[in-house]
Write a protein that binds this ligand. Structure first.
Ligand SMILES: [Zn+2]
Length: 478
């Protein structure tokens, strides 16, 4: 038998996850993520699909993050009408996230068109035509219609038949975010079966709320992420104590804390940790604000899917009415309310998006906070190069906010311990149970440096062949 693997997105990069599999004339897609980067390059990449939509039988989505799900509305816009299989909580998360993403695409196109119009009106030649959004909220709504929820461990026929040629998927907990999975694909042809394991994004043991990654199932081939293939994280255990120390120190000196955080996942984890600390009287009961409309919506999805939380979070929920809500916590919905926080003169915490300080309401809070040494800017996640978040983490003496230079005099710290991605050691441990049956490993979702380091480790430790495919590379296995 022959299965053709066609690597398309997240190939030697960490964004735009998408892989195309073909066997006996049946075609499936693993993930259909948005490539995030500079506007023009991102647009070109996101416009192009791995195959014509009419040839595609099914999509399997590993988890809701936009770099895995965010190009689905484009696939649908271009004519795909087939099923998209994923976990029930991923369906609910995608409802909020794809709509938010479509709104960003629409606003972005509007901004570009206004700029062209302005330039023309003052005599600057602008030969660009009207920019259309990559996709609209209508496309996102149609995409939602095509989602088919499947619970973990339940085999799902994707294409063909169970007795003859075809594809079946079974998902397992990846421990990376709510509803995240790794996907076992079984491809059948001429009475033979080949098993391919797609890791999705591999999580970590001990993350707040999220269940630990499950033991990976046996497979013949492995497509594995490699985001932190060259890094080791700090252990998660002490993070709560560290957070308590930072809150206490800032509150004592009368400052406030700005936490730039990703709306999906990180915000909910931080809120739960703060709730636990207040409960244990380890920090003062100061006002806490979650200032991101998407985070507010996503928190509702977290509440709805308690069945997917880990035991500790469920036990906490049993003892409390709402783990994500208490008297002094406010979810801020309107811009007006967001602006009133600027006038507060008592210690408080504000958690706001975007996580890398590139856009969103966090910018106003940073503008209002960075110049006062009493305040703390607490970074909660990965900060890419050339972002304001990176400049803050590097403690550059001057940072630009809304184009205005400002002195960075606030304290800066980070709790990178909450990273949702396995590090090098954790990736090697995660794949260990699969090693006895593996014939080859394909590394995806990593920068070349991280991939190279992990490749060497896998080759030395497990004596396996490791490949790092580029975009549009094709391989035949079976
Ligand atoms: Zn992810």
């Amino acid at each position: 038998m022959a299965i053709r693997l066609h690597f398309w997105g997240a190939a030697q990069t960490v964004t735009g996850s998408s892989h195309h599999l073909e066997c006996a004339g049946q075609n499936i897609l693993l993930d259909c993520g948005l490539f995030q980067g500079h506007r023009q390059q991102a647009r070109e990449i996101n416009e192009h699909l791995a195959l014509p939509p009419e040839q595609l039988n099914a999509v399997v989505l590993s988890h809701a993050h936009i770099d895995h799900s965010g190009d689905l509305p484009l696939l649908v816009k271009k004519g795909y009408r087939g099923p998209i299989y994923t976990t029930p909580s991923t369906v609910d998360l995608c409802e909020k996230m794809l709509n938010d993403s479509a709104h960003i695409q629409e606003s972005d196109a509007e901004f570009m068109n206004r700029r062209t119009h302005r330039r023309r009106s003052i005599g600057i030649s602008a030969d660009a035509g009207a920019v259309l959004p990559l996709y609209t909220q209508q496309d996102a709504a149609q995409t939602l219609q095509q989602f088919r929820p499947v619970t973990m461990h339940t085999p799902q026929l994707l294409a063909g038949s169970t007795t003859d040629a075809g594809f079946t998927s079974t998902t397992f907990e990846a421990g990376h975010m709510l509803g995240s999975t790794c996907v076992l694909i079984e491809a059948r042809e001429k009475g033979q079966t080949t098993r391919l394991l797609f890791s999705g994004d591999v999580g970590r043991k001990g993350l707040p709320i999220i269940r630990d990654p499950e033991t990976a199932p046996a497979a013949d081939y492995l497509i594995m992420e490699s985001t932190y293939g060259n890094r080791l994280h700090q252990p998660i255990g002490p993070v709560k104590k560290k957070l308590a120390n930072l809150v206490n120190r800032t509150a004592r000196r009368g400052g406030h804390i700005v936490m730039p955080a990703f709306a999906v996942g990180r915000t909910q984890q931080v809120v739960l940790l703060l709730h636990e600390l207040i409960d244990e009287k380890a920090i003062p009961d100061i006002p806490i604000f979650v200032d991101s409309p998407l985070a507010v919506n996503v928190t509702d999805v977290f509440r709805k899917h308690e069945e997917e939380w880990d035991d500790a979070a469920r036990a906490f929920a049993n003892a409390h009415q709402d783990p994500f809500g208490w008297e002094r916590l406010r979810y801020v919905r309107t811009v007006e309310e967001s602006k009133t926080l600027n006038g507060l003169r008592v210690p408080f915490i504000v958690i706001a998006a975007s996580g890398m300080c590139e856009a969103g309401r966090v910018l106003h809070h940073l503008k209002n906070s960075v110049e006062d040494p009493k305040n703390l800017i607490l970074i909660t996640g990965f900060q890419a190069e050339n972002t304001l978040g990176r400049a803050i983490v590097q403690r550059q003496p001057e940072v630009k906010i809304f184009g205005e230079p400002m002195r960075l005099r606030a304290e800066v710290d980070s709790i990178g311990e909450l990273s949702g991605h396995a590090d090098q050691r954790e990736l090697l441990q995660w794949m260990e149970p699969v090693v006895p049956t593996l014939k080859k490993v394909f590394l995806v979702h990593g920068e070349p440096g991280a991939q190279q380091a992990l490749k060497v480790e896998i080759e030395n430790l497990y004596k396996l062949e490791v490949v790092c495919p580029k975009r549009d590379d094709r391989f035949e296995v079976g």
